[in-house]
Design a protein around this ligand. Structure first.
Ligand SMILES: NC(=O)c1ccc[n+]([C@@H]2O[C@H](COP(=O)([O-])OP(=O)(O)OC[C@H]3O[C@@H](n4cnc5c(N)ncnc54)[C@H](O)[C@@H]3O)[C@@H](O)[C@H]2O)c1
Length: 267
């Protein structure tokens, strides 16, 4: 992958999971990073770890549901590094998903919060960062969505809808700003063993995922960060407007065929 030396990239939700792995991967590739998160201590710790790669990494205490915080995050990036080359819209309020079930039972307050953090925040971050990318002659945005944005389910109605909206936002941005050097892509992870899954997924659920994916195991934050870093880098110069499923093949086949193909003694 091409070096990211002297690039200046904002990563939201950088205190843990995919965001943390991405901030550290970008630092390893030579980029300067703004590690934004509602978890201030976590963002600070990641910034210290990332700076060990000899780059500058600035923690930013940012709640993605707060417009002033997002404006400060963008301002801080420009003040520190003079430019913005990349934005990773990764933060999401995952804890909320336990109150997010079907359309009848899910409270509108849950919809409002999921909208604020998981969609409105990323929209505002793009709105404020893109003018700086244009000044820098281009840039790359990666929106972290979910495989749930592409599939129906019995629960997580708000989460899935807001992630689908993100996929659409990606295509609009790619269409409008491509000729001016800005690429925008969506990554749709399948099951990834990050903070909430580690805490909440019973082993039986992880086993069920393993039986439905086409590769050996569920994914890790580090694996997802490789794809995100690739899309931010010039190695992905020809890729824009795409919705890429990084889901170990979860969404690319009909699961009952898979089940039928497993010999009874292995099922
Ligand atoms: N883990 C999975 O299986 C999975 C699957 C598909 C998609 N995703 C997506 O990947 C992204 C990262 O998830 P993860 O699994 O690494 O989760 P995580 O919980 O480890 O990380 C999420 C980070 O976002 C931060 N955050 C939460 N609310 C915030 C807010 N209001 N403002 C700023 N930061 C906030 C948290 O503090 C945390 O550091 C999310 O967008 C999630 O929807 C995850």
């Amino acid at each position: 992958m091409q070096s990211m030396k002297d690039r200046s990239i904002i990563v939201t939700g950088a205190a843990s999971g995919i965001g943390k792995a991405t901030a550290l991967k970008l630092a390893e590739m030579g980029a300067n990073v703004v590690a934004a998160d509602i978890n201030e201590d976590g963002a600070r710790q990641v910034a210290t770890q990332a700076a060990a790669h000899g780059i500058k990494c600035v923690p930013s205490h940012t709640d993605m549901s707060n417009s002033d915080d997002i404006a400060k995050m963008v301002e801080q990036t420009v003040n520190q590094f003079g430019r913005i080359d990349g934005l990773v819209n990764n933060a999401a309020d995952i804890g909320l998903t336990r109150y997010d079930s079907n359309v009848v039972d899910t409270e509108m307050t849950v919809w409002d919060r999921v909208y604020q953090v998981n969609f409105r925040g990323p929209v505002l971050a793009c709105k404020l960062a893109i003018p700086h990318m244009l000044k820098a002659g281009g840039g790359s945005i990666v929106n972290v969505s979910s495989i749930q944005s592409l599939l129906g389910d019995h629960e997580r109605v708000a989460y899935s809808a807001m992630k689908s909206a993100m996929n659409s936002l990606t295509r609009s941005i790619a269409t409008t700003y491509g000729k001016q050097g800005i690429r925008c892509n969506t990554v749709c992870p399948g099951p990834v063993m990050s903070r909430e899954p580690e805490k909440r997924w019973p082993e039986k659920l992880v086993e069920d995922f393993r039986s439905h994916i086409l590769l050996e195991d569920v994914s890790s934050p580090e694996e997802q960060s490789e794809l995100i870093a690739f899309l931010l880098s010039e190695s992905a110069a020809s890729v824009t407007g795409q919705t890429i499923a990084s889901d170990m093949g979860y969404s690319s086949h009909m699961h009952f065929y898979m089940r039928a193909a497993i010999p009874p003694d292995k099922a």
